[in-house]
Design a protein around this ligand. Structure first.
Ligand SMILES: [Zn+2]
Length: 316
């Protein structure tokens, strides 16, 4: 029986789309949030099934694929590593690719940390928009969760529930008057990404700055690239970009961290007080629990005619 007929027999419908890359080479520069080092990145188109791959041009072109297998460090940011080479704070750039459904891209980088830019994904979206999006000639498989899956650490937890479309519900509850019990339900689409999360900046607490600096972190941090919270208020003169910018940024981080799966996830992700470490735990558990999901959209699908972005229904 062909794969499509097997899907029909199971009676589940899932949206399948063509893979995408960028059309032109684009670049930008900035500083790393944690290292404070200047860095230059160049985004280049990549063939189908490449995925997102970092190339450390300052280390003889060491390649580090954006995949859960290369996740190395997850405190305060997500770091990828391979053969001793690192790329730090990848999550906002990865979220930009995931948010615009860019599957294949090469990122040349001449230092160890992705530039923080303004602390959000907006500057990367501008870069990708300048590069133009190119639809490719192969379908992008998706991972459809069919059995609930959970991770928990103390009072932090993530669940992924089977659903017919992607969804993220996020709850935060920090010990700070401005961050108590913020929550948001997010229904992923390119439009929702650009409207609801792309401008949300990373944030930190003034009370933590000395500790972060003492631990060699946040050396490039400033109110130009982060929302800084004082005891009762936001210290940035311009204020917030959304009333609930904090939970929106946590969703942005989750989108970037979960993109390390390497394909879109169909399921409802419910995150409670999560962060990079628990996100990484869930992604790892998901990849190691194939009984909880099915792949939809076989990589063996015949190539289709090049065309502009066309969503197609594939029955699972
Ligand atoms: Zn972030």
């Amino acid at each position: 029986m062909c794969i499509a007929l097997e899907w029909v027999k199971k009676g589940i419908m899932v949206m399948i789309r063509l893979q995408r890359t960028i059309k032109n080479i684009v670049s930008c520069e900035g500083i790393g949030l944690h290292t404070g080092k200047p860095v230059h990145i160049v985004l280049k188109p990549a063939p189908v099934d490449t995925g997102v791959v970092f190339v450390r041009t300052d280390l003889d072109g060491e390649e580090i694929a954006a995949s859960t297998a290369n996740t190395a460090e997850t405190s305060y940011a997500t770091t990828l590593s391979k053969n001793g080479a690192f790329v730090k704070t990848v999550e906002h750039l990865l979220a930009a690719f995931a948010g615009l459904n860019i599957d294949n891209v090469i990122i040349e980088i001449d230092s160890e940390e992705v530039p923080i830019m303004d602390g959000s994904a907006r500057p990367f979206i501008r870069l990708i928009t300048d590069a133009c999006i190119q639809t490719q000639v192969k379908f992008q498989p998706v991972l459809k969760v069919i059995e609930p899956i959970f991770v928990r650490e103390g009072n932090k937890q993530i669940a992924i529930w089977p659903a017919d479309s992607p969804g993220i519900s996020y709850f935060i509850d920090f010990n700070h008057p401005m961050l108590k019990e913020q929550s948001l339900q997010y229904h992923p689409s390119e439009e929702a990404f650009l409207r609801e999360v792309v401008d949300a900046r990373t944030f930190g607490f003034l009370r933590d700055v000395q500790t972060l600096l003492a631990n060699g972190l946040a050396k490039g941090g400033s109110m130009n690239n982060a929302v800084v919270l004082g005891e009762n208020t936001v210290l940035n003169k311009e204020g917030l970009r959304y009333n609930d910018e904090f939970v929106r940024h946590k969703i942005l981080d989750l989108i970037g961290d979960f993109s390390l799966v390497g394909m879109p996830i169909i399921g409802h992700i419910v995150a409670h007080k999560s962060g990079h470490a628990l996100n990484a735990q869930m992604v790892s558990k998901l990849m190691n629990s194939p009984q909880h999901w099915v792949l939809v959209g076989s990589p063996k699908e015949a190539p289709v005619k090049r065309q502009e972005m066309q969503y197609q229904h594939a029955a699972l």
